[in-house]
Design a protein around this ligand. Structure first.
Ligand code: ADP
Ligand code: MG
Length: 325
């Protein structure tokens, strides 16, 4: 849209001063390109994610939550490689210019951006079905970014926070899970986890030089840990009874809760691996914010221990997990 249109002044109004102003942004919003300074000795970590209405979120999601989540998923990618967030760009496709919507969306976006000292430096605005793309940028000391392919046998597997909450909220919304065991507060807690995930950047940055591999849990633990295993050419032994579950998720029977923790996505926690010699550092740094859930072994796939039949391969589908139980 052209700079003189009323649409542009609205965008300008909501986005120009939304986030902190960083010294490493000689030119931000308003020029043809943003001009950005990468510190000497650092590499740039870059990731883009798109949220499309009806695909990634329901039409009734509050715009403030949408602003938060659109940035949170990118921040989570930066956390997974150990990068420090610096800048982002925003491509917005809107069906109409709705100033209430823009005010709420930009408030959610701006609040999370300020918490992480990440600056909005440019973007694009077009008309069409609602869709939000955010590209995030961050710094990592050259050669030190955390990879998925460098885990070793014997490394301990950790996850941050709790797993399965966002998946439970989604299943409740789709009426695939009975919420009658939950209190109102439990339900609100689960919905918050789905709509306003907390990216784990403070943890991710401290994993530099400590974790042998890391990934953020966006598609479900089994799938995302599976990427580390495949790229590191290893297998894993997982203790399903150690999976960290929120108080709300613990209200469900343990099979339902563990299935959600293993297979449902959108939690934006970190899954990372640490050499056994460094696990005491993990405990000192993070305490109960992270949980050890298993170990890397030679071989392939994820194995879980069955009381009668011993270690069994966890199939990549829910049916497979049902079979194991
Ligand atoms: P151009 O026509 O040169 O591509 P635009 O008219 O699309 O530029 O945008 C003008 C300026 O406003 C640019 O600096 C651009 O980065 C910024 N901008 C446009 N849309 C957004 C948005 N949704 N969020 C942040 N900045 C935006
Ligand atoms: Mg231009």
């Amino acid at each position: 849209m052209s700079q003189t249109s009323p649409e542009f002044s609205l965008i300008d109004h909501y986005f120009r001063n939304l986030t902190a102003t960083r010294a490493d942004v000689p030119e931000g919003i308003g020029n043809d390109c943003a001009i950005l300074s990468v510190p000497a000795g650092c590499e740039l970590a870059v990731s883009i994610d798109t949220l499309v209405e009806g695909v990634h979120f329901f039409a009734d999601v509050p715009p403030q939550s949408l602003g938060h989540k659109a940035l949170a998923v990118g921040l989570s990618d930066l956390a997974a490689v150990g990068a420090t967030p610096s800048w982002f760009t925003l491509a917005l496709t809107l069906p109409e210019i709705d100033s209430d919507w823009l005010a709420a969306f930009s408030a959610g976006l701006g609040e999370l951006a300020k918490q992480h000292n990440i600056q909005l430096v440019g973007g694009d605005t077009t008309r069409g079905p609602l869709s939000i793309s955010i590209q995030v940028h961050g710094f990592v000391p050259a050669g030190q970014a955390i990879s998925r392919s460098t885990a070793k046998p014997g490394d301990v597997i950790y996850v941050s926070g709790t797993l399965g909450d966002a998946g439970a909220a989604l299943k409740i919304a789709l009426q695939q899970l009975d919420a009658s065991v939950l209190s109102n507060n439990d339900h609100v807690d689960l919905l918050n986890r789905l709509q306003q995930p907390t990216p784990r950047n403070a943890i991710g940055q401290k994993l530099l030089g400590l974790a042998s591999a890391a990934i953020d849990v966006s598609d479900g633990l089994a799938a995302d840990l599976g990427h580390i295993l495949q790229q590191s050419q290893l297998g894993a032994e997982l203790n399903v009874d150690a999976l960290p579950l929120s108080p709300a998720l613990q209200k469900f029977d343990s099979h339902t809760a563990q299935t959600l923790a293993l297979f449902s996505g959108d939690d934006y926690e970190l899954c990372f691996t640490v050499p056994a010699s460094k696990t005491s550092q993990v405990e000192d740094l993070f305490g109960y914010a992270v949980t050890a859930i298993g170990m890397l072994v030679e071989g392939e796939g994820i194995r879980v221990e069955h009381p009668q039949t011993g270690w069994q391969l966890l199939e990549s589908t829910r049916a497979g997990y049902d079979h194991f139980s």
